[in-house]
Design a protein around this ligand. Structure first.
Ligand SMILES: [Fe+2]
Length: 325
């Protein structure tokens, strides 16, 4: 869709009424007065970007006008869209399906795609069909979780590194899922097995804040046995999951949520029974995390991120990280 040429000083949408209202004390804000699309003016885009960086996740109501094209066009105002490294898109381009009918419900705390080095900076999720109840999503502020750690634990966390992988035990995660759907999802999701070592604490490239890189793709801390590793991860992760660091969103069709994937984890609650829940996600390219000590994340396997069917893959912009490995 192309919009007709407009006078530069008079954008088609009136975005002067943009307001940002906090939903939670530490995370989340609702942005009103904006009609999302690829034609937003620069001032509006930078106001949205600043709100995402400050509040970690922002919500927009009533964006039913968006379709796959305008969703992607808006996403391009925040950066470069990237494809999921293994799961094919639903539109042949960048739209990833988040549907509850294929075994892909994300009812675990995670940060998107942390099994590759340069995992996405932003995710933009648009609700098409919402169940009559349930199916909420929770987000947590991983900068706030880090900041509230007792000093000795922060010092320890600063020195840790952990290995993230997309190959984990799906059956243990979703014991009630129909085995066929589960198996199919697992097959696609793990068609290539990735392993990436990240610092547990990264320095945010835009805000300078320290944030925790944990979540369900994290398998093991480097240099620890499995038992100690699990115990340490659990202690750190418990701060991420504290209700004070989270916000919970009750979706309506037409809602859009945008989160800073470098400063959050999220959790899709799987409690809407067999009702349809259909969302579309476009992710924006990130950069390779840098730890407090200046060490960067490293792709351990495979040797490079394979090219997807369309465009570039999330994490493909390794930016020299392989040469250091
Ligand atoms: Fe996710």
């Amino acid at each position: 869709m192309t919009s007709a040429p407009a006078a530069p000083a008079a954008p088609a949408t009136a975005n002067t009424a943009l307001t940002v209202e906090k939903v939670g004390g530490r995370i989340g804000a609702v942005i009103s007065g904006v009609r999302l699309g690829g034609d937003l003016d620069e001032a509006t885009v930078s106001a949205i970007r600043a709100a995402i960086l400050e509040h970690k996740v922002v919500f927009f109501r009533d964006q039913q006008h968006l379709d796959a094209d305008s969703h992607e066009a808006f996403a391009r105002l925040l950066g470069t869209p990237v494809a999921h490294p293994t799961v094919p898109s639903v539109d042949g381009r960048y739209a990833l399906g988040i549907d509850n009918d294929h075994g892909g419900r994300a009812n675990q705390w995670h940060t998107d795609v942390t099994f590759v080095p340069a995992y996405p900076a932003f995710s933009i999720l648009r609700a098409e069909v919402i169940p009559p109840y349930g199916g909420n999503t929770l987000w947590s502020n991983t900068a706030a979780a880090y900041a509230e750690l007792p000093e000795p634990l922060r010092v320890l966390a600063d020195s840790l590194r952990g290995v993230h992988t997309n190959d984990y035990d799906y059956a243990a995660v979703r014991p009630d899922a129909p085995s066929e759907a589960l198996e199919q999802h697992r097959k696609v999701f793990t068609s290539v097995t990735f392993q990436t070592e990240h610092p547990v604490v990264r320095v945010h490239p835009e805000t300078g804040e320290r944030t925790l890189i944990l979540g369900n793709f994290l398998q093991k801390l480097t240099g620890f046995n499995r038992q100690d590793s699990r115990a340490l991860i659990d202690v750190l992760q418990s701060h991420v999951e504290r209700p004070e660091n989270t916000v919970r969103w009750q979706w309506r069709a037409g809602d859009v949520a945008i989160w800073d994937n470098r400063a959050t984890q999220h959790y899709g609650v799987d409690d809407s029974d067999d009702h349809e829940r259909t969302l579309r996600r476009v992710t924006i390219d990130g950069d390779v995390p840098v730890g407090v000590d200046g060490r960067r994340s490293v792709l351990l396997a495979p040797e490079s991120v394979p090219e997807p069917e369309y465009g570039i893959a999330s994490g493909a912009s390794t930016d020299g990280v392989l040469a250091e490995a």
